[in-house]
Design a protein around this ligand. Structure first.
Ligand code: HEC
Length: 129
């Protein structure tokens, strides 16, 4: 009886492991097929590291990556973040606003601003940039 029980337990342990593995594979495939929107990482460019340091303390990076704003709108948003508690010097604000407008900018007609060529949002870039 004790033997049968332990065999049963062994089988029960094995099943969830296989199910979990299957779910992981399935979700991995789904992630690979979905468009990366909003991007989970900041794109690499001048000012990215500072933006990451100053702007990711309270919310995820997707607050930025899902946004496309004009230069004035990014400046207003950044000033609003300062009022909410972001600690950024005036010089840092210029760097951050410049970065945000360059990579997450919006043209006056509402279309996303073209990014400099060769820019790819990647996890590796987010660590290195
Ligand atoms: C002290 C915490 C804090 C920091 C630091 C911070 N934010 Fe925010 N941010 C917030 C909160 C809270 C909201 C939600 C505000 C709302 O719903 O009105 C928000 C919302 C946003 C949004 C969403 C759109 C919007 O206008 O509400 C953007 C974009 C954004 N933040 C960008 C930034 C940037 C860029 C920085 C760095 C300069 C930054 N945040 C730093 C607290 C912070």
């Amino acid at each position: 009886m004790a033997l049968a029980k332990s065999r049963l337990r062994g089988r029960l342990r094995a099943v969830p492991a296989a199910v979990v593995a299957g779910l992981l594979l399935a979700s991995g495939a789904a992630i690979a097929q979905d468009p990366p929107e909003p991007e989970p990482h900041l794109v690499v460019g001048p000012g990215m590291q500072l933006t990451q340091q100053r702007c990711m303390l309270c919310h995820s990076v997707t607050y930025i990556t899902r946004s496309r704003l004009t230069l004035d709108e990014w400046r207003d948003t950044t000033q609003r973040m300062v009022r909410l508690g972001a600690v950024v010097t005036p010089a840092e604000i210029e760097t951050i606003v410049g970065y945000l407008y360059t990579f997450y900018g919006r043209n006056p007609d509402g279309t996303p601003r073209a990014r400099p060529p060769g820019v790819v949002p990647t996890a590796a870039g987010a660590r290195g940039g």
